[in-house]
Design a binder for this molecule. Structure first.
Ligand SMILES: Nc1nc2c(ncn2[C@@H]2O[C@H](COP(=O)(O)OP(=O)(O)OP(=O)(O)O)[C@@H](O)[C@H]2O)c(=O)[nH]1
Ligand SMILES: [Mg+2]
Ligand SMILES: [Zn+2]
Length: 302
């Protein structure tokens, strides 16, 4: 197959909605799909196309596949799973399995670093009505909206859907929280849920590819094991506090200019927590993540 395509042909704009092996599927604004291959020049530059990438491409003719010609600059990049341009992270938590707020804070930290919009969906309100207000209180000072929803009864899904509109969304959260269940209702699709999905994925992971689904006015990445938790490059400990939106108003207001809000005297963030303006448990978990970050930073050259 020749790589010379492009001469005299018109280039088209599209979004990569999936990639399997060295074949990619692009979708244009009109909703038509094209099978494309990736030019070797990308590999030489160490770049691989990702689901979610915006590209210029030359469509194939007849039986021939087209070519990805250019990948537009990415707004965000996730490496596990590999997806580009996610603009909104929807963190799904539930009463069962028990909500892990340290995990939630980690996800928020990574999303803030990439300037993603963040939404929290507290699922399974049909089982429990206590969790949602608790979560809401924890994250209100950070300006993160919390949506009580039920994938079972459909409660709260209209509000969640409204908040997701216009964004390239990705659902994340613990296994069993109900991500696939929510997507099935929101997008009117049939993704595997519950025990079946877990049975299939056990010992047989990495088979499923990320796919961008555009349906019901939403754009959502359906990914296996979305975590965003791949080991990040070691981060200087003083950078973590910038990833807490509710700390920002206190920047420069502590007694010490370099205050890490880690029990230093005269800490304005601690004072805000004492006054209930910042949630004290968010601050405690921040200190846990700070301690971890310090450890990793100290060992970075080992
Ligand atoms: N009662 C109740 N059960 C729910 C609700 N949403 C999901 N479930 C159940 O929770 C279980 C897990 O749901 P899934 O949608 O498979 O969870 P998931 O987050 O996609 O899990 P993984 O794919 O393993 O990451 C299933 O048995 C669902 O039927 C809900 O709103 N209420
Ligand atoms: Mg699932
Ligand atoms: Zn401080």
């Amino acid at each position: 197959m020749s790589e010379s395509g492009g001469t005299g042909e018109t280039m088209m704009r599209g979004t990569l909605i999936r990639g399997i092996g060295s074949f990619y599927t692009a979708k244009d604004a009109a909703g038509n799909t094209y099978t494309l291959r990736c030019k070797k020049k990308f590999r030489r530059q160490g770049i691989s196309p990702l689901t979610g990438d915006e590209v210029w491409f030359t469509p194939g003719e007849g039986e021939k596949d087209g070519w990805i010609e250019e990948i537009l600059p990415r707004k965000t990049v996730c490496l596990r799973p590999p997806v580009a341009n996610v603009s909104c992270l929807v963190i799904v938590i539930a009463p069962v399995p028990e909500a892990d707020l340290l995990l939630t804070d980690r996800l928020i930290s990574r999303a803030v670093a990439q300037e993603m919009k963040i939404l929290i969906a507290v699922n399974k309100t049909d089982l429990d009505q206590v969790l949602a207000p608790v979560i809401s209180e924890q994250y209100r000072p950070a300006g993160i909206p919390v949506f009580p929803v039920s994938g079972k009864t459909g409660e709260g899904l209209e509000a969640l859907k409204k908040a997701m509109e216009g964004e390239l969304c990705c659902l994340t959260g613990q296994s069993g929280a109900g991500k696939s269940t929510l997507l099935n209702v929101l997008l009117k699709v049939h993704l595997e849920t519950g025990d079946i999905s877990r049975k299939i994925s056990r010992g047989k992971n990495t088979t499923r590819q990320s796919e961008l689904i555009e349906k019901e006015g939403l754009r959502v990445m359906d990914t296996a094991g979305f975590s965003l938790l791949e080991p990040e490059r070691p981060l200087p400990p003083e950078k973590i506090r910038k990833r807490y939106p509710e700390f920002v108003p206190y920047e420069g207001k502590c007694r010490f200019r370099e205050c890490l809000h880690d029990r230093e005297p005269g800490c304005a963030v601690q004072e805000a927590a004492d006054n209930g303006i910042i949630h004290p448990e968010r601050l405690l978990r921040y200190r846990q993540l700070l301690a971890e970050t310090r450890e990793v930073w100290r060992e970075r050259y080992d």
